[in-house]
Design a protein around this ligand. Structure first.
Ligand code: IPM
Ligand code: MN
Length: 334
């Protein structure tokens, strides 16, 4: 038997199946070049699964993710996205969501952006406790010391491999307890690791991401702030179609593009497959196939240099044409 390489592919909805096909094309090239013995199984989750089965995340898919797969590779999901990805993150214990915002071509406003958002992934308002009392709705924001500490460790590790600097983003001037605990625990962990850090309120961080994104290296933040800031950062770095993410814990992991189902362009074969293919690169690296992951990421960069891109970033190629070019470079490059 080969090493870890059991991948559960959930294509998802909207442009999901198209970018999933693109990812498979690239995985095929990786297999051809490195012979890793990767095994891919497909499963349906999301809006289409909800129509067919009893829920958007059927129990046989949960079983595969939990018992069979080493890693889950998921495309974007439509209306039921929250009912798919939030339970999956929870089930897999994926407490850190690492989201890359890295330019593949310089933009007129911001030049080259290269930052990482490490988003706490299981707590905050995503903890899942909401209730009504009479005419009032309450949503609980949960923040634990253990939760802050473990995600801070991930941010510290990334910073050490990069420019060595973390910015803790919170709103502790209002949420003194919940956000106060997060900033304090995260700061303690980073100090313990010898990682340099500063802090910023989330509103100021949004402004600063637009004014001077180069100021950031690793942003460490709470779940909901990370959700919002990662869309913003992706767009500043060159477009939401470029940004991949890794949901990691101590066991399994889930890889996905930051973008959504993009119904407006679904089925037309023009969706940008970059985020999904870069998610494949992150997955290969996490599985221990560092060189293969690196090769995929380099091939994507080369595709941008040569203008093998989709219309959203100024190119004229379709999804599969871009994927085929990238796959070709994965197979042939030294
Ligand atoms: C994301 C998505 C999800 C989130 C939704 C679909 C629940 O927006 O991965 O960023 O909020 O985490
Ligand atoms: Mn989001």
């Amino acid at each position: 038997m080969p090493g870890r390489g059991r991948i559960l592919l959930i294509p998802g909805d909207g442009v999901g199946p198209e970018v999933a096909e693109a990812a498979l094309k690239v995985l095929g090239a990786v297999e051809g070049r490195y012979g890793l013995g990767l095994e891919v199984r497909r499963a349906e989750a999301g809006d289409s699964a909800a129509r067919k089965y009893e829920s958007p995340l059927p129990s046989h898919v949960k079983d595969l993710a939990l018992r069979w797969a080493d890693a889950v590779l998921k495309g974007p999901v439509g209306e039921t996205a929250g009912e798919v990805v939030v339970p999956l993150r929870r089930m897999l214990g994926a407490y850190a969501n690492v989201r890359l915002a890295r330019s593949l071509a310089p933009s007129r406003c911001w030049g080259l952006v290269d930052l990482v958002i490490v988003r706490e992934n299981l707590e905050d308002v995503y903890y899942g406790v909401e209730y009504m009392v009479g005419d009032m709705a309450f949503a609980l924001k949960v923040s634990s010391r253990a939760g802050a500490a473990r995600v801070a460790t991930v941010a510290g590790m990334y910073a050490s491999k990069r420019r060595g600097r973390v910015t803790i983003v919170h709103k502790a001037n209002v949420l003194r307890l919940a956000d106060g605990l997060f900033r304090r625990e995260a700061g303690k962990v980073l100090s313990g690791m010898g990682v340099e850090y500063d802090e910023m309120y989330v509103d100021a961080a949004a402004m600063m991401l637009v004014r001077d994104p180069a100021r950031f290296d690793v942003i460490l933040t709470m779940n909901q702030y990370g959700d919002i800031l990662s869309d913003l950062a992706a767009e500043v770095a060159g477009g939401i179609g470029l940004a991949p993410s890794a949901n990691i814990g101590d066991g399994k992991a889930l890889f996905e593009p930051v973008h959504g189902a993009a119904w407006d362009i679904a089925g037309r074969g023009v969706a940008n497959p970059t985020a999904m293919i870069l998610a494949v690169a992150m997955m290969l690296e996490w599985l221990g196939y560092t060189e293969a992951g690196y090769t995929v990421a380099r091939a994507v960069e080369e595709a941008y240099r040569r203008g093998y891109t989709t219309p959203d970033v100024g190119g004229s190629m379709g999804t599969m044409e871009v994927a085929t070019r990238i796959a070709g470079m994965v197979e042939s490059h030294a």
